[in-house]
Design a protein around this ligand. Structure first.
Ligand code: AMP
Length: 282
């Protein structure tokens, strides 16, 4: 695997490799890699001749400085895992490389309200930062396909919107959420859970799945209430539990269009904020 820290070196390589690169897949990450990230790389490798993974803990998407400081960083292990899955290229830039003062990298987006609900309510400015870094990385890497996880469903929807709005020449591909055996969605943040909170954490996915039963008896609003109550246990603090239309992320009123519905939730387990979601078309 090639490792580049400089934009110019990465671009030089991609130009030279050019004729050998039939298709370029790109998997942006913030590192502390786990099987979820690796599944996106494997997915990219099924169809692209080359896959670039980036590891960059993007400061502009953190609305709390403490969260940024505590974000796990495991570069040595990440490199080993990427080698193992056969990733061709790792891009591992410093902040100044992604946001050089002389390059205009600040962007303001209008996501038509997609960024104002759920995560957006609790993390103001977060999605602008996410879109800013994804746009910058797409400009640098110029891939044919961009791979992102269903795990961050709202993020996926917003990047889909950005690609549409800016007419970016890239195909966005969704990878399914990988989970621990007990149902907890894999996340770099899981590393920070205390043993007690780790034990409680599967309750999040269990509650998401309860919706499949509750929906037979209750309205979406009632299900939301039930779920918030079920998650309001010692050690947990649920922030939201929303049943929304997957296209506009607005609450659904009834159960008619199940194939369009997604349930999204964010829960504090101790001092670690976990998110998860479930598509109801299953
Ligand atoms: P992150 O490093 O958390 O920014 O995530 C990088 C990419 O991996 C994003 O597209 C995430 O949606 C995706 N991802 C994170 N967790 C998982 C998971 N458990 N399964 C599949 N993809 C994931």
């Amino acid at each position: 695997m090639y490792l580049f820290k400089k934009v110019s070196d990465l671009q030089h390589y991609l130009k030279l490799a050019g004729s050998g690169v039939q298709n370029l897949g790109f998997v942006p990450t913030m590192g502390a890699l786990h099987e979820g990230h690796l599944s996106l790389i494997r997915l990219s490798k099924t169809i692209n001749s080359h896959t670039v993974c980036s590891i960059f803990v993007n400061p502009t998407q953190f609305n709390e400085k403490g969260d940024l400081a505590l974000y796990p960083r495991t570069p040595g292990k990440d490199i080993e895992l990427l080698e193992k899955v056969g990733c061709e290229v790792l891009f591992l830039p410093e902040v100044e490389e992604v946001y050089p003062p002389e390059v205009q990298t600040k962007l303001e987006f209008d996501f038509k309200g997609l960024d104002k609900v759920m995560e957006g309510t609790f993390r103001p400015g977060h999605f602008n930062g996410v879109a800013q870094v994804v746009k910058r990385l797409l400009d640098i890497v110029q891939p044919d396909r961009l791979y992102m996880g269903q795990k961050d469903f709202q993020q996926f929807t917003i990047i889909e919107q950005m690609i549409r709005q800016l007419h970016l020449p890239v195909e966005l591909v969704m990878g399914e959420t990988l989970r621990e055996a007990d149902g907890l969605a894999l996340s770099s943040r899981n590393l920070r859970l205390s043993p007690e909170h780790r034990q409680l954490a599967p309750k999040i996915y269990e509650t998401l799945k309860e919706v499949l039963e509750w929906r037979k008896k209750y309205t979406p609003v009632e299900v939301q209430k039930n779920a918030m109550q079920a998650l309001d246990i010692p050690g947990f603090k649920p922030e939201y539990f929303e049943i929304v239309n997957r296209n506009n992320l607005l609450p659904i009123q009834g159960w008619e269009n199940l194939d369009q519905a997604v349930v999204c939730t964010a829960v504090w387990a101790g001092n670690v904020r976990l998110i998860d979601n479930l598509l109801l078309n299953q």
